[in-house]
Design a binder for this molecule. Structure first.
Ligand code: NI
Length: 395
């Protein structure tokens, strides 16, 4: 791995800090759900319009694209930030809490948006220093399947001619200042299933005359755990979680059916293909054994995020130049990300920037009603993405 000379972006990024904070707080106070980011995208487009040299378009109703052509020949680089919020009632107390009841930036996408605005500002100051073309996509609907990335990749020319793609996620479980990069498998495919176990209802005092879908459903859940422990190699990664089990109405009635839902996560395409068959085998076998029947609905979510090795290596070298010993090898996560859609069209890598700081209570997990950011992390994010744009643009 080569170490690159540090860029001058650090100082300028630090100077931008008050502006990054202002952008982030405005976005935090005005969160919108995926596919409904009308005010968010209008705000982003208006802020970008204040900068020189950018071509600004709206690839979809609620996404924004800013393109900057550099003064030197080079690669076409896509930088991505996601802009949507979550259906969570915020429990923070600060003055810029959500003004949209029941909706909250609880994953840090407000920070991602502020960071990419900051990168656009730095890049637009010196287009002559840039090689190639930098496309900055403010992507809608990361949190809601089928996802905004899928739509942009499938229905727009966004990825046409893109040579390499990168983007970051702030991570409250890493200390502020840390940049974590990993070649290869980085985030999992978040597939989902719904199972209905159909028995035969009856009086709870006479179970022998009924087929109890609750007892059968409990067996289904227990046996699904055997797939990971008994059917999959210890060297492979698979998570099967049943997250919903609903049946019945009262003490003395055996209901007709039970409903189960859950998620299946893996990094591996082969295992991802096998999982539905393994699950169906268990559900079919267990329900048949007890005289019940079933329906199984299995839905594929986002693809796993598998980083391109050379891009991740380059980002690691950039991280070492920008943050020194705070550059770390990232742990893979069983979380999902629609960044994977871009990776079907171009090499690229996704990475993490730490935003956790116990003193500021910014170490709540993502999607928690008290999630927040250490705003110092925005400066680190700008440094990294700005340096990445400059380096990846070179041929
Ligand atoms: Ni997120």
């Amino acid at each position: 791995m080569t170490t690159l000379p540090s860029t001058t972006s650090g100082e300028r990024a630090a100077e931008l800090s008050p502006q990054l904070t202002a952008w982030r707080r405005h976005l935090h106070a005005n969160p919108e759900l995926g596919f409904h980011e009308h005010e968010t995208s209008a705000y982003i487009a208006a802020e970008l319009a204040k900068l020189p040299h950018l071509t600004i378009t709206r690839p979809s109703e609620t996404s924004v694209l800013a393109v900057l052509k550099g003064g030197k020949p080079g690669q076409t680089v896509l930088l991505r930030a996601d802009i949507d919020a979550l259906p969570i009632a915020e429990e923070n107390q600060f003055e810029f809490v959500s003004q949209n009841p029941g909706v909250m930036h609880a994953c840090g996408h407000d920070g991602h948006t502020a960071i990419l605005l900051g990168v656009a500002k730095l890049l637009s100051e010196r287009p002559e220093a840039i090689s190639g073309e930098i496309r900055m996509i403010f992507q809608h609907a990361e949190e809601i399947g089928p996802g905004g990335a899928e739509e942009l990749v499938r229905d727009t020319p966004l990825m046409d001619g893109v040579d390499v793609v990168t983007g970051l996620h702030l991570n409250s479980q890493l200390p502020t200042g840390v940049v974590a990069v990993k070649p290869g498998p980085f985030m999992a495919s978040p597939d989902t299933f719904e199972i209905t176990v159909r028995g035969r209802g009856g009086h709870a005092a006479h179970p022998e005359e009924a087929v109890d879908p609750i007892a059968v459903g409990a067996q289904v859940i227990a046996n699904l755990q055997q797939i990971v422990s008994r059917n999959v190699s210890a060297l492979e990664n698979l998570v099967i979680s049943v997250t919903y089990f609903h049946a019945g109405t009262t003490h003395n009635v055996i209901p007709d059916s039970a409903a189960l839902m859950g998620t299946v996560r893996t990094f591996d395409a082969g295992l991802r293909g096998r999982a539905p068959k393994l699950i169906e085998r268990v559900v079919k076998g267990v329900t048949e054994a007890h005289g019940a029947t079933y329906t199984l609905k299995y839905e594929l979510g986002y693809r796993p995020v598998v980083n391109t090795d050379w891009v991740a290596d380059k980002l690691m070298a950039i991280a070492q130049a920008e943050v020194g010993e705070n550059a770390q090898l990232a742990q893979p996560s069983m979380g999902g990300e629609d960044f994977s859609a871009y990776l079907t069209k171009a090499p690229g890598a996704y990475f993490n920037v730490g935003s956790g700081n116990a003193l500021l209570e910014s170490d709540y997990p993502h999607h928690h009603p008290r999630f927040t950011l250490d705003e110092e992390s925005l400066v680190t994010g700008v440094r990294m993405l700005h340096a990445a744009a400059l380096e990846l643009g070179k041929r």
